[in-house]
Design a protein around this ligand. Structure first.
Ligand code: PNW
Length: 488
């Protein structure tokens, strides 16, 4: 409904920022251009092309390395307030270590940032979006506690180079993706699968690396640059399948395993991993014959370093699942799945995207935001990803429906007290969707990957989003009159 009963229009509040997001490996291409080093995704896919369902890679992708001016033109067409993109660590430091700097890589991001600023589009930089330099992976990557220092060193260089131009910083994209998928189920690079152990070591290291960078930012860069720094955390919603006690309990626990594991150490008053997660992993570890819990302990110094180490929660939200407790725990032991011990399903009423895990349940965004308010005392939030995957094609009705209904749910949550100051749609354009390759399209703009120029064409959703941004209203009746873009 567009208006209140007194006739006033429901709008996103003044100052609310609309944007779009992307990530380096998914759009840039230029995998070895001008001195870029090898990332763990380059290495994994070059050695094992079969890891990607359609046999593609990020070698060229949308070639934003060469097409960044067109990308900024699209941002101007949409009229966005900000662009969230990530820096490829091996593009700026080919080996990961900061002694060997690739000037051409730094120049690329300087050019992109300057082009954005020229048109009053705020850059929002993700320092790390899944593409570790291979040399650092050779040393164990995020399972090695020295990664904390490597990341701090890298981040210092980014803040020194771009801190005066860039106000919004995000250290990590989705620690759960980095750790659970990268080191546990082995479905993302580095495709390591030391289940029930490596994931938790990774989580501790990533949280500590984040906290060190926040401290450095807070001490040396914040005031000078009037900036803010956060961390992107996947907060999908979970509801119990029904109100059976065991399912309600499983849901509470699974929220702590998937949300609390990352949010609690940073955003709760007490800090640390959630108690229930500590208890369950300690109990299981003991039963499995481990002398200590597989979940590493956070010392009191570590707890206080991590606690409060973010200016905002950068929330990636895509979908909702229904949780039940299986009669028997058949997951491999040990593993994260065994520790969490749940079965996930969906309502049959929720539309299914091209990605099998992605269902449209906009009420879940509302509930997730209210949950964060009650549990973590009204954190400052920027939605840094939300989106929909489809087949190629310009008439993307399902993406339009999904975008509108999630923005409606977001507006409702803001009206009910959620402190959300921005929203980024995933994604500006079609890109390399990790192991799904080019088979799942998330773009507001379609990319012709067969064309040498990687031609970008706006989908219907791009016109709808443009109208929402311009009016700050979600008008379900809006129909784009022509499919011709104009610059705003
Ligand atoms: C995000 N889930 O990952 C990533 O940050 C992006 O790089 C990616 O392209 C995008 O979402 C679409 O997949 C997610 O299962 C992967 O709910 C899976 C989930 C959520 C986010």
């Amino acid at each position: 409904c567009l208006a209140w009963s007194d006739g006033s229009i429901r709008r996103f509040p003044p100052g609310f920022m609309f944007g779009v997001a992307s990530a380096a490996y998914q759009v840039e291409g230029g995998w070895d251009a001008d001195g870029k080093g090898e990332s763990m995704w380059d290495r994994s896919i070059h050695e094992h092309p079969d890891l990607v369902s359609d046999g593609t890679s990020g070698d060229l992708s949308a070639d934003s390395y060469h097409n960044y001016k067109r990308d900024v033109e699209m941002l101007r067409e949409l009229g966005v307030d900000f662009y969230r993109f990530s820096i490829s660590w091996p593009r700026v430091f080919p080996d990961g270590f900061t002694n060997n700097k690739n000037e051409a890589g730094f120049q690329y991001y300087d050019n992109l940032i300057d082009e954005l600023l020229k048109y009053n589009i705020e850059p929002m930089i993700t320092m790390y979006h899944f593409d570790l330099p291979q040399k650092l992976q050779d040393l164990g990557g995020w399972a090695n506690p020295l990664s904390i220092l490597w990341f701090e060193d890298y981040a210092r260089n980014l803040l020194e180079q771009y801190g005066s131009k860039v106000k919004y910083w995000i250290t990590f994209n989705q620690p759960n993706g980095i750790c659970m998928e990268g080191y546990g189920d082995g479905t993302m690079a580095p495709f390591v699968s030391v289940k029930g152990i490596a994931e938790y070591i990774c989580v501790k290291n990533v949280l500590l690396a984040h906290a060190r960078v926040w401290k450095m930012f807070n001490d040396k860069f914040r005031v000078k640059n009037k900036g803010s720094l956060g961390i992107s955390i996947a907060v999908n919603w979970l509801d119990p399948l029904n109100n059976a006690t065991e399912n309600v309990q499983a849901t509470d626990e699974y929220r702590e395993f998937t949300i609390g594991l990352y949010v609690n150490p940073i955003f709760s008053k007490a800090g640390d991993f959630p108690q229930v997660v500590k208890d369950i992993i300690a109990r299981n570890s003991k039963e499995q014959g481990f002398r200590k819990s597989r979940l590493p302990v956070l010392t009191s110094d570590e707890i206080s370093a991590i606690r409060g180490s973010a200016d905002f929660l950068a929330m990636n939200h895509y979908t909702t699942s229904l949780v039940s407790r299986p009669k028997k725990n058949n997951h491999p032991s040990p593993s994260f799945e065994h520790d969490a011990n749940v079965k996930l399903t969906y309502s049959k009423h929720w539309a299914v995207a091209k990605s099998p895990w992605l269902r449209s349940a906009p009420y879940g965004l509302y509930k997730a935001l209210i949950y964060l308010n009650l549990k973590y005392d009204y954190p400052s939030i920027i939605i840094t990803e939300n989106g929909w995957s489809s087949d190629p094609g310009l008439d993307d009705t399902q993406r339009v429906d999904n975008l509108r209904s999630y923005l409606n749910a977001l507006l409702l949550a803001i009206e009910d007290g959620a402190e959300v100051s921005g929203y980024a749609a995933w994604s500006l354009m079609d890109n390399f969707e990790w192991t799904a390759g080019l088979s799942e399209r998330f773009g507001l703009y379609e990319v012709d990957f067969d064309a040498a120029e990687k031609t970008r064409t706006p989908r219907k959703s791009a016109f709808v989003y443009k109208e929402i941004i311009a009016s700050r209203i979600v008008d379900e009746a809006f129909e784009p009159k022509s499919l011709q873009m104009t610059l705003s």
